[in-house]
Design a protein around this ligand. Structure first.
Ligand code: C5P
Length: 219
């Protein structure tokens, strides 16, 4: 069974206010992208990697992969305007005989191999996908403008992370759809069965400069 990782790294990262795309902002002494690349490379669960790089940054992404000795990187494509476009372009490079596609955001650098194992091992038994999820400690409200219209049942809610693993043929079949914010949403919308597994609180997503400091402190 071959497992292909698609690393979505093509975001501009405008909210970071940096002079370069988010994947190439420094985290410790390396570009942010290096962390997830090296961790996917080291994972026994991953056979090959496709990187969706910021348009115009494919060459630096390939050089970085070479520097890190990431022999599993089989393609590096320019990403698209949205995350969904970047994932589509990345998945297009995955060969037809791949069994599983694992999609991960470079914006979550602290990828622990135990999470990769949990999502990949959760497939089978009729599950089309598996995503890491965490319970929500806060009470969550639905609002319309300034007005609260509903208090949601907290124990039914989860925040989800990446990496998300999917049966490759299922993912390919749903990617043409609309502009979902995670791949699971596309599979769910098509009636697929997606399972939640335990997430990891360290899989923080870097959006702004404060997130970068927080993650750097955890390195
Ligand atoms: O922008 P945001 O942080 O939500 O993006 C989540 C992930 O999707 C990041 O790793 C980012 O690089 C990636 N992305 C992408 N192509 C885009 C936008 C975001 O690969 N056009």
């Amino acid at each position: 069974m071959s497992v292909w990782a698609v690393l979505a790294a093509a975001g501009s990262g405008e909210r970071l206010g940096a002079d370069r795309p988010k994947a190439f902002v420094r985290l410790g002494d390396q570009p942010l992208l290096a962390e997830s690349l090296a961790r996917l490379e080291a994972s026994e669960w991953i056979d090959a990697i496709v990187v969706a790089a910021p348009p115009g940054w494919e060459e630096p992404a390939i050089l970085l992969a070479e520097e890190l000795g990431c022999g599993k990187v089989s393609a590096c494509v320019a990403g698209g305007d949205t995350r969904a476009d970047s994932v589509r372009l990345g998945v297009a490079e995955v060969p037809p005989d791949a069994a599983v596609v694992l999609v991960h955001d470079a914006a979550r650098p602290l990828l622990d191999d135990a999470v990769v194992e949990r999502v990949v091992a959760a497939l089978g038994d009729g599950w089309d996908g598996a995503v890491p999820a965490l319970p929500i400690p806060d009470t969550v409200k639905r609002v319309e403008g300034e007005r609260i219209v509903e208090t949601l049942q907290r124990d039914e809610l989860r925040v989800v992370q990446t990496p998300q693993a999917f049966v490759a043929d299922v993912l390919r079949g749903v990617l043409a759809g609309s502009d979902w914010t995670d791949c699971s949403a596309a599979v769910e919308a098509a009636g697929g069965r997606v399972r939640v597994v335990d997430g990891d609180p360290r899989l923080l997503k870097i959006t702004d400069a404060a997130d970068l400091d927080r993650v750097a402190a955890l390195l």
